[in-house]
Design a protein around this ligand. Structure first.
Ligand code: SAM
Length: 290
């Protein structure tokens, strides 16, 4: 594919605006229009949809989102050097691209969305990808304002997001939180050579679709039990869960789990039952004290 719009080729844009990639900002740009188009299409039918993009950079993916029909793109970029290039795209698609000059980790999107749902699509800066994802997965109330996440991660992070219990090394707190609240899937890999400059390892595009009704449970208690259990992942639950309760045996039994199980063998539903058993135990303890 040679062109998706009448804007100048990305390499020319990068050169004209002097956008040499900065490692500290996780800048690995995509110039391949087939690939940016593939990511935009993977984000679902975009016609008329609102899309939030983190880190548009020189705007390769942004252009693909707009060319694929996104009604409105809200793009948050921290590198001010990119703003003039993004302004050119905004002028080409009047009223459809809003560029937010800011840090995605510290920006409240509510004023930009005004109550509308949005899809989040991004070739994420590798250094803040996980904290951003945990933030989106931790939002209350649930389901949140976002209706899908289509995100590029380093392959190893992608594997930790979609991991199942039997995939021992990758299965951890991130997989429990992600798969409790979402259906997760690796859509496709992207080779290093597709980026400028190429990163050290392969990347993958991951899709997360929010579950309407995840198994009921207090997210903070779920995080407490997974922190304790995976904090000592080689230990049996009867030992590792002492970090949440001096005698964890009753909650392990109430959750229908074996005291000898290790964190990496416990499915998401097992952690949900543990969190609910902990809630009941804490409630019983506070009633007994009052
Ligand atoms: C991997 S590059 C992707 C650029 C572009 N979307 C593409 O696919 O070619 C990550 C982008 O995120 C931006 N970025 C890094 N940290 C950020 C932050 N905290 N908030 C917003 N953008 C950030 C970088 O400046 C860079 O443009």
């Amino acid at each position: 594919m040679s062109q998706i719009d009448d804007l100048p080729p990305l390499r020319e844009v990068v050169e004209r605006h002097g956008l040499m990639a900065r490692k500290a900002l996780g800048q690995n740009f995509l110039f391949d229009l087939n690939l940016t188009g593939r990511i935009a299409r993977a984000a679902g039918p975009l016609d008329g949809e609102t899309v939030v993009e983190i880190g548009p950079g020189p705007g390769g993916l942004t252009r693909a989102l707009l060319a694929n029909g996104a009604g409105r793109v809200i793009a948050i970029e921290r590198d001010r050097r990119c703003l003039p290039a993004l302004a050119e795209i905004a002028a080409h698609y009047p009223g459809r691209l809003e560029v937010v000059d800011g840090d995605a980790l510290a920006t409240d999107l509510a004023p930009y969305l005004q109550g509308r749902p949005a899809r989040i699509v991004a070739n994420l800066p590798y250094n803040i990808g996980t904290p951003l994802l945990v933030g989106w997965l931790s939002q209350e109330p649930w389901p949140s304002w976002w209706t899908s996440l289509t995100l590029m991660f380093q392959r190893e992070v992608a594997e930790r997001i979609v991991a199942a219990p039997e995939e021992r090394a990758d299965y951890g707190r991130l997989a429990v939180l992600a798969n409790w609240r979402c259906r997760t899937k690796i859509l496709f890999d992207v080779p290093r050579g597709a980026f400028v400059p190429p990163p050290k390892i392969t990347s993958s595009v991951v899709q997360l679709l929010p579950r309407e009704a995840p198994e009921p449970c207090d997210r903070r208690l779920l995080e407490r039990v997974t922190l304790a259990a995976f904090g000592q992942r080689r230990k049996m639950l009867r030992q590792s869960l002492k970090a949440v309760l001096p005698d964890p045996a009753p909650i392990i039994a109430a959750a229908g789990l074996a005291e000898t199980a290790r964190a990496e063998e416990v499915p998401v539903s097992g952690f949900v039952r543990l969190a609910n058993a902990l809630a009941a135990e804490l409630q019983a303890g506070s009633s007994a004290r009052s």
